[in-house]
Design a binder for this molecule. Structure first.
Ligand code: B16
Ligand code: MG
Length: 213
């Protein structure tokens, strides 16, 4: 029986996928590396350093570790500048209701975001109190699509993975959920999400009753 719902943050609850995208795009332009929407899509759900490695696949020169660290910091500064202005109006439509309805149905609720900015963002959005457990992204060794982050969420809730449902907007995230042995709900219209168990146009379409009865 379903006992828990584990939500991704960026692109599922918060309207931040576009902000990450814009920050990487700005960095790419500044260092003269080609960047397109498909590259941005591949970065979704992937941690900061993994995303930088994707960006630099098209670099015309090599970057050493120190430079890579500085580039990742620079992107993060652009990103944080934007989310510092965030408030509850940046919740995606229906996100708070989806969490509340899952809670009301007796589900435990966790957050499995790869973002080290997740605690700050939850505060800005005013929803930090809605979660029974929030994964500390800084303690996750292997980025999505590895199952580690969703397994950590299940462990944190004290629920077996096969009694959990994961909700994601990224292909890497859906892979992570499925590899963890959980049911996967994907939100969005990317063809890369077709392998999820359920595909919804957005989080407003999430109805916990469909999975508990
Ligand atoms: P940060 P999620 C992910 O969050 C984003 O989708 C991804 O684009 C970003 O690179 C990653 O967090 C790391 O974020 O640089 O803030 O630590 O979708 O797993 O909530
Ligand atoms: Mg996401």
């Amino acid at each position: 029986p379903l006992k828990a719902v584990i939500f991704d943050l960026d692109g599922v609850i918060a309207d931040t996928a576009v902000v990450h995208h814009a920050a990487w795009k700005q960095l790419a332009e500044e260092i003269g590396v080609a960047f397109d929407d498909a590259t941005g899509e591949r970065m979704k759900g992937v941690d900061r350093r993994g995303s930088l490695d994707i960006l630099l696949e098209r670099a015309t020169r090599a970057y050493d570790e120190e430079e890579k660290h500085a580039l990742a910091e620079r992107k993060n500064a652009y990103y944080r500048e934007q989310i510092a202005q965030f408030g509850p109006q940046h919740l995606l439509p229906g996100a708070q209701a989806a969490i509340a309805s899952a809670r009301a149905a007796g589900m435990k609720i966790a957050l499995a975001s790869a973002s080290r900015n997740a605690p700050l963002l939850l505060d800005r959005l005013g929803i930090a109190g809605l979660f029974d457990y929030v994964v500390d992204a800084g303690r996750i060794a292997r980025s999505k699509p590895d199952p580690e982050i969703f397994l950590d969420a299940a462990r944190g809730l004290g629920v077996a993975p096969h009694d959990c449902l994961g909700v994601e907007d990224a292909a890497a995230g859906v892979d992570s959920i499925l590899a963890a042995g959980m049911a996967a709900v994907a939100v969005g219209d990317s063809p890369a999400l077709a392998h999820a168990d359920v595909l919804l146009p957005n989080v407003a379409a999430f109805d916990i009753a469909q999975y508990t009865t």
